[in-house]
Design a protein around this ligand. Structure first.
Ligand SMILES: Cc1ncc(COP(=O)(O)O)c(C=O)c1O
Length: 402
């Protein structure tokens, strides 16, 4: 048996590896404190679950769903974009419901890349951008995101590469670094994309997971962006629906159409009750303060982690959005070694930065979608481990020497 060449080029999937590690250690009786995966600790809103229940007993919903996605969900997405971002969308042509943004990202690459085509992919980044490009036979050109602001430097991209590039993935607020951008950055990205005729994609997974109202602008709010932009928005994070598998892709009608062609061949639609429930989630969240309690909890947890590291000599700031803290490894370790140290000495599981790309190799990512008690446990365990081993803070706040 010989598997495809593509498979060889795919790095192991970080979170599958971490899950396996967690299962193995737990089977050996080790009590782990897991802070690695961003899967909200709260359940979906009760009214959203009620809608799912009501719709699940409706026999009409037991048939194959519509390829276009539920009209109500598309309309609700349009009105939500209007309220949240001041963006007007056509529910017929500019919105496509998906079974999660991870699969949408991979399918999007199938629609827009031919073998050998170049796609611009940030490093570090959520792994699925690179996966999607590789599975489509394309070539990822990595854009390093560096401290302190973790933005791509478009001038660093060689002109011949930019000319050949068909699309560019960006993701702000950012996983794993937690940085945010202003509309001015989207303007700059759009100008670059326009100069080289590139499709601009923002994976807006953390659009509503923010601690300041203005830190998560939609790329579609920039005038002229509709001519070449697409945005993914998942229900996994803000609505605590990670297991439900629901997201939307919105933006340029032709780009959405291309993605829809692939979806019609690969999927057979999304279970309607999930889409009705998603529409209800969007409707509920137009009320002010809908996200306030959970965002306050995330911020509080991030603050505790920041205080802990800074008390040991780090110089971290509390992120303005997301559920992540991107922490440079101590002076004499890289990110993989720090991950191993936290596991061996404190039973704490974090995501090694190397899992997000080469540029992440000197960091680890903490995730705060875990109960306050779990965060407290982790802080105590790390404090004991740090005291026992005399861990030293990184040489410089930006790890520039490494
Ligand atoms: C930036 C980013 N995009 C997409 C996803 C996946 O979202 P979904 O659950 O919709 O596949 C994640 C999950 O961690 C993410 O961080």
């Amino acid at each position: 048996m010989k598997h495809s060449e593509k498979l060889k080029h795919l790095p192991p999937y970080l979170f599958a590896q971490l899950d396996q590690l967690i299962h193995e250690k737990s089977a050996q009786g080790q009590d782990l404190i897991v802070l690695s995966k961003s899967d909200p600790d709260r359940p979906a809103h009760p009214n959203v679950v009620v809608v799912l229940r009501e719709q699940a007993v409706e026999p009409l919903n037991h048939h194959y769903p519509d390829f276009d996605g539920l009209k109500l969900l598309r309309e609700q997405t349009a009105s939500w974009y209007q309220t949240q971002h001041g963006v007007t969308l056509d529910p017929e042509h500019e919105i496509l419901p998906l079974m999660g943004s991870k699969e949408g990202i991979v399918h999007f690459c199938q629609a827009w890349l031919d073998p050998g085509d170049i796609a611009l992919v940030p490093d570090p980044a959520f792994p699925s951008y690179r996966t999607g490009v590789i599975l489509a036979g394309g070539k990822p050109h990595l854009m390093p995101l560096r401290e302190p602001d973790y933005l791509p430097d478009f001038r660093e991209i060689p002109t011949d590469v930019a000319r050949q590039a068909k699309l560019m993935f960006l993701n702000y607020p950012n996983n794993p670094t937690a940085v945010t951008v202003s509309p001015g950055f989207w303007q700059e990205a759009l100008e670059f994309a326009r100069d080289f005729d590139i499709i601009l994609v923002n994976d807006h997974a953390y659009a509503m997971t923010k601690f300041d109202p203005d830190v998560a602008p939609s790329v579609l709010s920039v005038p002229g962006s509709r001519e070449r932009s697409l945005e993914f928005f998942t229900f996994s994070k803000a609505y605590h629906m990670a297991g439900w598998r629901l997201a939307v892709a919105v933006g340029n009608a032709e780009i959405v159409r291309g993605l829809k062609v692939i979806e019609t061949h690969v999927n057979a639609g999304i279970f309607n009750p999930i889409q009705y429930a998603g529409a209800e989630a969007l409707r509920l969240s137009t009320k002010p303060h809908f996200f306030m309690a959970e965002n306050q909890a995330y911020k509080q947890r991030l603050m505790h982690l920041v205080e802990f590291f800074n008390s040991w000599g780090w110089k971290l700031k509390v992120p303005k959005a997301t559920v992540y803290l991107w922490v440079p490894a101590p002076a004499d370790m890289d990110g993989d070694e720090f991950t191993r140290f936290l596991l061996d000495e404190g039973n704490v599981v974090v995501a090694p930065g190397s899992g997000f790309g080469e540029e992440g190799k000197n960091h680890v990512r903490f995730c705060v979608t875990y109960a306050d008690e779990t965060i407290d446990q982790a802080l105590k365990a790390m404090d004991t481990a740090f005291k026992k081993t005399g861990v030293k803070a990184p040489y410089s706040p930006h790890h520039a020497a490494r």
